[in-house]
Design a protein around this ligand. Structure first.
Ligand code: WQD
Length: 325
């Protein structure tokens, strides 16, 4: 069978392509708005186009005899989604609707969807289970939650087995070339400060957490990729699956701890972090309960924080040759 991976030229998508292409035939649909064709192995076909373009989607499904879809394409910047909610609704919701419509018409019967811990908003539990109430705080999070509903509903109505995967804080890279280009998350933001000879910033140290800084569940992008492979394999034999699963390590790491590891790994220990105001909308603690995914898919994470930071740093240095190693 052939899997269509939308957004396969992106940071997370290209890791999923690598993990899946060893086991099955894959084709990528990516509009290359933020993706890069060089991230793909030469043998993987890339169709340049948007999931919003029904004609292109129909053509890919038909020409490649696609029977499963991993839908990763989408917009993912929380702050941008607050400024441009309708753009996010079009890209993430309308794009998904078009894709699901084409999938059901085209006889695709397996669908894996990229969701996010952003669906939970500000959870008030130590470990977030898939049953923890979802109260997204941004249009981005809303599009992911509504997307899960669409996937589950379309799956039931049209005989598609489905899995939505809620990513926690993704970091790291399988190789320097595959690293994240964006500077919108803690790890690259700290790299940017350190290599620009500026102190790393800590947004708030008065949260109700052990060291006062926010706690997150960081997960290596290679682990995220193997979770997709496990989900796809599950759908091969479970034709009635309708699953929603967290992808996290189940271990909380504070911003202070993370900055410490980054300074250690990069060899920039001299710039003392500065505490700045809280960033609006930041929850104090978001850490996954990861029992469901290990039970349902037999998946567990393999990489620790240092591996995430070290591999992200290799990618950063590749793209910033002035960075002192
Ligand atoms: C982590 C922590 C910051 C930079 C977001 C989305 C989430 C998911 C991952 C897509 C926070 C703090 C950051 C800095 C800091 N995205 N910070 N100094 O906000 O947990 O999650 O990205 O699916 O949906 O919400 O990630 O990496 O931006 O921040 O103190 O220079 O680091 O305040 O506490 P976040 P992040």
């Amino acid at each position: 069978m052939t899997w269509l991976i939308t957004g396969g030229a992106g940071y997370i998508g290209s890791h999923v392509v690598r993990a899946m292409a060893d086991h099955t035939s894959v084709v990528v649909l990516d509009d290359l708005s933020t993706g890069r064709a060089e991230r793909l192995p030469a043998e993987v076909p890339l169709v340049r186009g948007s999931v919003l373009d029904r004609e292109v989607v129909d053509r890919v499904l038909r020409e490649h005899s696609v029977t499963g879809i991993v839908h990763i394409a989408g917009k993912k910047r929380v702050a941008e989604s607050v400024d441009r909610p309708l753009y996010y609704y079009r890209e993430n919701i309308e794009g998904l609707r078009v894709l699901l419509d084409a999938a059901s018409d085209g006889g695709v019967d397996r669908f894996v969807f990229s969701s996010s811990a952003a669906v939970y908003g500000m959870p008030d539990v130590d470990l977030v289970t898939e049953e923890t109430p979802c109260r997204p705080l941004s249009p981005y999070g809303e599009t992911k939650l509504a997307g899960e509903w669409m996937v589950a509903a379309a799956g039931k109505a049209h005989g598609m087995a489905t899995v939505s995967l809620r990513y926690f804080n993704v970091a790291g890279a399988a190789s320097a070339e595959l690293g994240d280009d964006g500077v919108f998350n803690l790890v690259p933001m700290v790299f940017e400060r350190l290599t620009g000879n500026e102190s790393p910033r800590v947004f708030g140290d008065d949260y109700a957490t052990p060291d006062g800084t926010c706690v997150r569940d960081y997960i290596h992008v290679e682990d995220v990729a193997t979770a997709h492979l496990a989900a796809a394999q599950r759908l091969l034999d479970d034709r009635s699956a309708s699953l929603v699963l967290n992808i996290g390590r189940g271990q909380g790491v504070s911003v202070s701890e993370m900055v410490g590891v980054i300074q250690d790994v990069t060899g920039y220990p001299e710039l003392k972090p500065v505490v700045e105001a809280r960033r609006p909308g930041d929850p104090a603690r978001v850490v996954a309960a990861s029992d469901s995914i290990s039970r349902e898919l037999g998946w567990t994470s393999r990489h620790d924080i240092r591996a995430m930071v070290a591999s992200a740093w290799d990618g950063w240095c590749l793209r910033h040759p002035d960075a002192r190693r």
